[in-house]
Design a protein around this ligand. Structure first.
Ligand SMILES: *[C@@H]1O[C@H](CO)[C@@H](O)[C@H](O)[C@H]1NC(C)=O
Length: 109
């Protein structure tokens, strides 16, 4: 809502680390949803707004999980490193999506 950089909660790292089959995660960033449905009254869908959905490259955690297990990383270390990886990928995707959105629609940021 505030567009500030947010920190992901470590639960996401825990889910990935503890999965029996290490999942592949596809990061998604979107801009413009709050123009379509603003988070304040009146709550109704606005038409013809500019919306950008950007799907990033799949993140494969198997190498990182293997490394963490091989060096007997604690659960806390593992959760943090996995979460940090997603966080960094999302930040890159955010910047890329902002460029796409503002260049495509010539919206002043
Ligand atoms: C990790 O723990 C296992 C089992 O306790 C042990 O055999 C192994 O040497 C440890 N590896 C490292 C890198 O500490």
């Amino acid at each position: 809502m505030t567009k500030e950089n947010m920190r992901l909660k470590w639960g996401v790292g825990r889910m990935i680390f503890e999965s029996l089959v290490t999942p592949i995660v596809i990061p998604i960033w979107h801009i413009g949803m709050d123009d379509v449905l603003p988070n304040e009254p009146p709550y109704y869908l606005r038409l013809f707004k500019k919306l950008t959905l950007n799907f990033g490259n799949p993140i494969d955690f198997s190498e990182l999980v293997r490394t963490l297990r091989a060096r007997n990383a604690t659960d806390v270390e593992a959760r943090k490193e996995i979460t940090d990886l997603i966080q960094n990928e999302l930040l890159k995707l955010k910047k890329e999506t902002e460029t796409l959105h503002f260049n495509s629609f010539r919206i002043k940021s």
